[in-house]
Design a protein around this ligand. Structure first.
Ligand code: MG
Length: 374
């Protein structure tokens, strides 16, 4: 039982409208999709959505990493996931989005072998996942309008991007709270945009708008700053860019710098390490959220399975596919019902078919050249 071939696809997916956060603006998500084909008639799909600002990766570096990793994986057992990941880590450090794509495909295979949806194989704690909807940075008035639209669409929680200008950021949250009323949960994400002092002052001003938590107020590597904000804020502090790996989680927890941790498959290198982060955090009584970069419904559906499976993943921000104009997946995606994402009940991640014009032809083929293409 081994991996026979790995096919790689490149998909450029434009956003419905430019998506701005404190780190910059995106107009499209250029994702790399992998298809892992075994010699026992089961195959798996995974996706990399690289973010140069967060993991230093681009579509090109993902393909370059796969050029080195994929040939090594041919012939290895897809069910010995920890061994497969160790093999990848020995070849290249970092490159977590590239590794996440492979990891996701291996878990897809695991679910298909078990003939069960992935979330049931991984723990099956819940059957649907409450998610927020993210509002990119615009003027306070425009964001308030976007917030009303999201609530009309059924969302019960909003993640508000801030981190540009502390004064205006307060106005953003004030206008949004005023527009949506008191029943809707509001979280904020500054994406490293504030200094520790700005963060403390701004969070004090935001307290009266009932902000559920504040994500990554300060620079990713400023753990001291993060701890300072946490000590001086009544709004719980969540780490995102500060925590990529289980080791990062341990470091942030030891520094007493976090109340919550945001896990992303693209930062952790996939599901295996995401579960380890959730476990490290659980031991410290730190709840986790699962978020996303610019994944299509393929990567989002994988993350929905993980969020459904694991008790300590108590919050979710799984909405990037909703911000994209096009979708590579045709059937088998996690559906959206009001503020909930529902994992498909098909085996594995559950994707049944792709939109051929969005997926295109493979840009790389590793292993057995006679393996059947999708
Ligand atoms: Mg974030």
């Amino acid at each position: 039982m081994g991996i026979k071939a790995i096919h790689v696809y490149s998909a450029r997916l434009p956003y419905r409208e430019p998506f701005r956060i404190a780190l910059g603006t995106s107009i499209e998500s250029h994702n790399i999709i992998v298809h892992v084909i075994t010699d026992f008639e089961v195959d798996g799909w995974g996706e990399a959505s690289p973010s140069q600002r967060i993991t230093g990766e681009t579509p090109q570096t993902v393909i370059e990493a796969l050029d080195r990793i994929a040939p090594k994986l041919i012939g290895m057992c897809p069910l010995r996931i920890e061994q497969d990941i160790e093999a990848m880590d020995k070849i290249v450090a970092g490159n977590t989005s590239a590794k996440a794509a492979i990891d996701m495909a291996l878990y897809d295979i695991l679910g298909k072998v078990a003939r069960r949806p992935l979330y049931r194989v991984l723990g099956g704690y819940r059957t649907k996942v409450f998610t927020d909807f993210t509002l990119g940075i615009k003027s306070p008035e425009e964001m308030a309008k976007d917030a009303v639209k999201a609530v009309e669409h059924g969302f019960k929680a909003l993640k508000v991007k801030v981190g540009i200008d502390p004064e205006e950021d307060v106005e953003r949250v004030a206008k949004i709270r005023d527009a949506v009323g008191s029943e809707i949960a509001i979280r904020i994400d500054a994406n490293q945009g504030w200094t520790p002092e700005q963060a403390v002052k701004t969070l004090r001003k935001l307290e009266r708008f009932n902000v559920e938590f504040a994500e990554q107020p300060v620079k990713a590597d400023d753990i001291e700053g993060l701890a300072h904000v946490r000590r001086n804020s009544n709004i719980p502090v969540m780490a995102d860019e500060t925590v990529h790996s289980p080791r990062d989680a341990m470091k942030a927890i030891r520094a007493e710098a976090v109340d919550l941790i945001n896990i992303k498959l693209m930062k952790s290198g996939g599901i295996l390490n995401a579960m380890k982060i959730a476990a490290v955090a659980e031991a410290a009584e730190i709840p986790c959220m699962i978020g996303c970069m610019g994944e299509s419904t393929l990567g989002i559906t994988a993350a929905v399975h993980l969020a459904a499976a694991v008790k300590n993943i108590q919050h979710a921000d799984l909405d990037s596919d909703l911000l994209l104009k096009d979708d590579v997946v045709a059937e088998g995606k996690a559906e959206l019902k009001d503020s909930f994402r529902i994992p498909p009940e098909n085996p594995g991640i559950g994707i049944k078919s792709f939109n051929p014009e969005k997926l295109g032809k493979p840009v790389r083929i590793y292993g057995d050249v006679n393996a059947k293409q999708y």
